[in-house]
Design a protein around this ligand. Sequence first.
Ligand code: HEC
Length: 272
Amino acid sequence: MKTFIFLLKKLFSFITLSLILISCGGVPEETSSTNSEKKSFSVADVLTMVAHENDITRTLYTKAIVGGGKKQGFKFDEDWQDEKVEAGPLPALFLRGIANDIRKGDVPLGLYLSSDFPINASNQLEGKQADLYKDIKENRKPKHFFDEDTKLYTAMFADVAGAPACVSCHNKHPKTTKTDWKLGDVMGTTTWQYPADSLSYTEAMSVLKAYRDGTTAVYNDYLEEIKNFKESEKPEVGKKWPSNGKYLPAPEVFIDSVRKLSAYITMSSLMK
Ligand code: HEC
């Protein structure tokens, strides 16, 4: 019976969170009543939800924009923000851009990618996280814990080589620390941090909104970059995607797809 009630509670918070996720686009800004609101959501549930949204965003960006764009001759580069480089951000840097944008706002949400064999030395897993990563590599299950060093609630999720491009780019990169990555390997983790163990409805909503706003910000940076292209052809920005030709979706078209995809998958996972 106890287990049943526990499951019901879990299901309820999951459904409520899904509704937040679906409606996130059109919600009002955070109000001052936050403090008196009931803290209905565990930090683990909220970080799992935003991690799911991140998976969808990153996959959509990697496959539809980078994968589809390359076929149209669009370029993507580590130094995409360099004035002389006419290119868009690589997926890892797209994520870094989202994380930077979140950091600039007032939602205390942390996000980063790390690995035991990173390309960028500052992404090296260390201490407790390096220890926990051994289990993640083994069973691919997320880890939720309180990080004593940073005093932050932390969630780590496996980052898997889901496309041949992950493996070939990392194996061949001049700064790589490992040259035999294989498709399906756990290549690192996506780590999320938040300073409280439970969140109110408004706070949970702000976390998802901060992530979505971050996505829009980086995507807009990419479109701004394109405006300044001098030598490369400029794709037309609007309703169409690179799979249709030399096009890029407008920011609202991109975000709308993320919203639809994440809503669908969240609902499907509820019906399992
Ligand atoms: C075209 C090259 C390229 C592709 C494709 C690529 N990456 Fe990376 N990845 C990089 C670079 C460069 C960095 C370092 C970025 C930075 O400075 O933080 C990086 C960073 C990472 C990190 C953080 C640890 C590290 O190595 O610094 C992980 C984990 C990671 N990528 C996983 C993936 C996965 C999984 C995929 C496929 C879904 C993928 N990457 C696709 C180039 C690539």
